[in-house]
Design a protein around this ligand. Structure first.
Ligand code: CA
Length: 230
């Protein structure tokens, strides 16, 4: 999943980039409200973390213009402590959630996970679960029949993206756009390699290839996580 962080306090932005990067998100960072207004609407972000006090254009205005222009991307606003009026204005302007500074990094992670599940119609889940696969986002591993299967960072990000799009064909282009930040070179062969690694770990049937269309997440067949499925 690809996130945009709009935050002009460099030390906080650095922390957010590091934390969210470790959590397997592709993250772009902007400090200016005008840049955010443009880039937030033109790049396919899965979620935006928006500070309100920004140079260039206030965060609230940016958010109002995004929503007026039809942008439906989940937005989590960061607000200063005690500014309850700001939080109310933020929610009225179309924010999906807010967090008061200073905040615990784990709270941000959990709110982001929850917003992403909600945005993909999985609001009933307390953790990501599809097709017999339980994804532990904090440990970046899969739980299957009580057994833990560890994943690399790339495998984890790919699997999470597919699990957030159950029963949908996901194209390679879509994966490239959502698994990499704006600065990283994208190579669709790498996607194929990671898909194959996931199949080796979880079973061949877990991800189906649809020729010329993309991939379809099927999940694990009952009782089989060892690659025995054909
Ligand atoms: Ca600020």
């Amino acid at each position: 999943m690809r996130l945009l962080i709009v935050e002009d306090q460099v030390s906080l932005a650095d922390e957010l980039l590091a934390d969210l990067g470790r959590a397997g998100y592709a993250v772009d960072w902007l400090a200016d409200g005008r840049d955010a207004l443009y880039q937030g609407a033109s790049e396919p972000y899965d979620l935006i973390v928006l500070d309100l006090g920004l140079p260039g254009k206030p965060g609230l205005e940016v958010l109002r213009e995004w929503r007026a222009g039809g942008l439906a991307t989940p937005v989590l606003i960061l607000t200063a402590r005690d500014h309850w009026a700001e939080r109310i204005e933020g929610l009225k302007a179309g924010a999906d959630d807010y967090l008061t500074k200073p905040f615990h990094p784990e709270e941000l992670q959990l709110r982001i996970q929850s917003l992403l599940r909600r945005a993909h119609g999985l609001a009933n889940q307390t953790r990501l679960e599809a097709g017999g696969v339980q994804l532990d986002e904090s440990k970046q591993s899969v739980l299957h029949n009580g057994k833990e299967i560890t994943l690399t960072a790339a495998e984890f990000s790919l699997l999470r993206y597919l699990m957030l799009h159950p029963q949908q064909i996901v194209s390679k282009l879509q994966l490239l756009e959502h698994l990499y930040d704006g600065e990283t070179e994208r190579d669709s062969n790498v996607i194929e390699v990671h898909v194959n690694h996931l199949r080796r770990k979880l079973g061949k049937a877990v991800i189906e290839t649809r020729r010329n269309q993309g991939y379809l997440f099927n999940g694990l067949q009952a009782g089989n996580a060892t690659g025995l499925a054909l």
